[in-house]
Design a protein around this ligand. Structure first.
Ligand SMILES: Cc1cc2nc3c(=O)[nH]c(=O)nc-3n(C[C@H](O)[C@H](O)[C@H](O)COP(=O)(O)O)c2cc1C
Ligand code: SF4
Ligand code: FES
Length: 643
């Protein structure tokens, strides 16, 4: 791909997809027909105007992908014309996101999760069964995909297909349906999970749980999309719940129902208290961010409030791509108005004029519910002068890192920025920005309504409030559970029904792929920031993935290594190279062929891990060895002394 204009033309369908988002071109300067004499004299979209539209690059690429199933050269060129972005630059963005395809991809695609929680619950059997039927249609999520292996099978290969499969073959494009592997889809409570995307004039996306090979096969064959139950109600009495109290009890699509359940009372109270008092209350509550970094929320709010540069932006981080995490999805799907209300309070307190919800691309229902909640709240005049826009991710874990979110919203590759400057000083579009996680925000109305003291009375002095735990893997009732900070790991696992009859516990992965494995003899660990830190582990994003004796934890370790290798943005050498070397070493160890012996191999992993931790730009590289190190040293998985 070059910096010059692309010499392929967009099809009418591709133009229509892009124009539906951007509106019709105004002149030849932004992709309209050439030859209008007026355009020779006047540029209506030069300089500043064209730079101001750059942030629409990812939405435009997503619109194209949703309409035709992939980003062709002609389609990309048309977007470049419309937004005045150099093709090489746009190509860099298009190839960054796993949900976007830059080589022909079928219109109907099933993304099957083969990540850890799904592995624990049969995902490998699903992919194995499909692989033998549909080998021509298998992609790797992160491969650029070559037309030869997927899209344009040879005549002899096509002859081997069943009649149904042959009927799906689209000349020049290939099979009309296919499947590919995906990292965690955030539906681990209903593992194994799959995301179905169907491109077209009315594109469809469905996140499915409890998938089987037969069900996927039916979908690939063009059969009906039976979504099945979307949610199991919390298995806790409502008296124990704060954040989950509306889940399955209050209609998430009704503003009236939300208000009848106390919704928007916190906003009214906050407006009456005044911004300074709201921030004081947040600080006194002791709330710490729930996105993984556990930063004190009140301090962050105050720092944004104090910034004199304008405008201030608010970003709700709903990227939730940490394997094993699905709490934010449940909140967004089941209590979307609460997120909108919390954002209006945060915006009021910190002086933000505009908010963005950056939601992972794999969450179609959550995005739809939030969109509806924003529209209904705006129509009812509840947003005041503040407004919220939804931006969807493109399938990149790194885009949850707070500065990578900014890059992605601004229309660039989601590569983290060096810090400082910190987002509170110079964040989105270079302006002071408040970034908060969905669950963090969901606590805000409760703190305002009940008061900081009541909030801080739950949990421990250093870890206040309740926490959402994502129970997955080999527990009887996977799901989201809400428990006071300080509840033991054992009690949380018991809330999810414990292990299946007759099984024994092998390990628990705490905090996700960026977390650590803990041993069965560590279940009395109190789940607080201070206790987990002291025990050399982390709460992370609330992942509690339980692994019993039906699963070989070494498979999970390999999956973690593959995840980090895939998801590293590649910007800095320690992480880009380290995640590859680490995966290679683990493969050699898993195969029983450690280079130079086990001790040498582990020493290499330690050295690579330490380098990634010390020298990587962002948290991805800094934590890429954490779970693997715990598997080696805490579980002793590789030296025969372990679980
Ligand atoms: C690789 C990486 C991925 C992250 N993904 C998320 C995410 O999906 N959601 C989230 O809220 N925070 C995520 N974070 C943490 C954010 O950088 C940031 O700390 C958080 O959004 C701040 O919100 P909080 O203070 O409310 O927790 C991620 C961090 C890293 C390093
Ligand atoms: S640590 Fe990894 S993910 Fe983070 S910026 Fe560097 S290469 Fe990218
Ligand atoms: S949805 Fe498969 S591991 Fe989370």
């Amino acid at each position: 791909m070059d910096i010059r204009r692309v010499d392929a033309d967009a099809t009418a369908e591709e133009r229509a997809a892009v124009d539906a988002l951007l509106g019709a071109p105004r002149s030849s300067w932004d992709g309209g027909p050439r030859g209008n004499p007026r355009d020779a004299h006047v540029s209506t979209v030069g300089g500043e105007d064209s730079r101001a539209t750059r942030h629409l690059l990812l939405p435009a690429l997503q619109a194209l992908q949703a309409r035709v199933g992939w980003i062709s050269k002609g389609g990309l060129g048309y977007i470049c014309d419309r937004l005045n972005v150099p093709p090489a630059d746009a190509w860099g963005v298009a190839t960054f996101y796993a949900l976007l395809a830059t080589s022909p991809r079928p219109r109907r695609v099933v993304h099957i999760c083969d990540d850890m929680a799904c592995k624990c619950r049969g995902a490998d059997a699903v992919t194995a069964a499909l692989g033998s039927h549909l080998d021509l249609c298998v992609f790797d999520r992160n491969s650029t995909g070559t037309p030869g292996n997927v899209a344009v099978p040879s005549t002899s290969a096509v002859e081997k297909l069943s009649a149904t499969q042959q009927s799906r073959c689209d000349p020049g494009v290939g099979c009309g349906a296919g499947w590919l592997r995906s990292p965690c889809l955030g539906k681990c409570d209903q593992a194994p999970a799959a995301l179905v995307t169907i491109a077209g004039e009315h594109p469809r996306e469905h996140l499915l749980g409890h998938v089987t090979a037969d069900r996927v096969q039916t979908i690939l064959d063009g059969g009906p999309l039976d979504e099945g139950p979307q949610l199991t109600a919390p298995r806790q009495p409502v008296s124990e719940l704060r954040l989950l109290r509306r889940v399955s009890r209050v209609d998430p699509t009704s503003l009236d129902a939300y208000r009848a359940s106390g919704g928007f009372a916190a906003r009214d109270k906050a407006l009456a208290m005044g911004a300074a008092a709201v921030i004081d209350e947040m600080t006194a509550s002791g709330l710490m961010g729930r996105g993984g970094a556990a930063f004190p929320t009140g301090r962050k709010w105050l720092a944004v409030r104090r910034e004199t540069a304008t405008p201030h932006y608010l970003v709700c981080n709903a990227d939730e791509s940490e394997p094993g995490t699905f709490k934010d999805r449940i909140l967004m799907e089941e209590d979307p108005f609460a997120i909108v209300e919390a954002m209006t309070i945060a915006a009021f307190a910190t002086g933000c004029e505009k908010g963005f919800i950056y939601i992972r691309g794999e969450y179609p229902l959550a995005a739809a519910r939030l969109r509806h909640a924003i529209d209904a709240s705006r129509d009812a005049g509840l947003l005041g002068g503040f407004d919220i826009e939804i931006r969807r991710g493109g399938g990149a874990y790194i885009c949850g890192e707070e500065t990578a979110v900014f890059e992605s919203i601004e229309g660039r590759r989601g590569e983290p920025r060096n810090k400082p400057p910190f987002p509170v000083h110079a964040g989105l579009f270079g302006k002071p920005t408040l970034v908060n996680n969905v669950e963090t925000l969901a606590n805000v109305p409760h703190i305002i309504l009940d008061g900081a003291a009541a909030f801080a009375a739950v949990g421990t002095p250093q870890s206040t409030g309740t926490r959402l735990f994502c129970l997955s893997g080999n527990v009887r009732f996977p799901g989201v559970y809400e428990a006071p900070m300080g509840t033991t790991l054992r009690a949380v696992i018991d809330m999810a029904g414990g292990l299946n009859e007759g099984r024994t516990l092998r390990t628990v992965l705490l905090g996700g792929a960026a977390g650590t494995f803990v041993r069965p003899d560590e279940l009395d660990l109190k789940l607080t920031h201070e206790d987990t830190r002291a025990a050399g582990t982390t709460l992370g994003s609330g992942v509690v993935m339980v692994v019993d004796d039906t699963v070989d934890p070494r498979d999970l370790v390999l999956r973690i290594a593959r995840f980090f290798r895939d998801e590293s943005c590649g910007q800095c050498v320690p992480c880009r190279v380290g995640t590859v070397r680490q995966e290679e070493a683990l493969h050699r160890m898993a195969a029983g062929r450690p280079a130079g012996g086990l001790t040498t191999e582990i020493a290499l992993l330690d050295e690579v891990g330490a380098t990634m931790k010390d020298a990587s730009i962002c948290g991805l590289g800094q934590t890429a060895y954490a779970a693997i190190e715990s598997a080696i040293k805490r579980l002793r998985l590789y030296d025969g002394a372990g679980v």
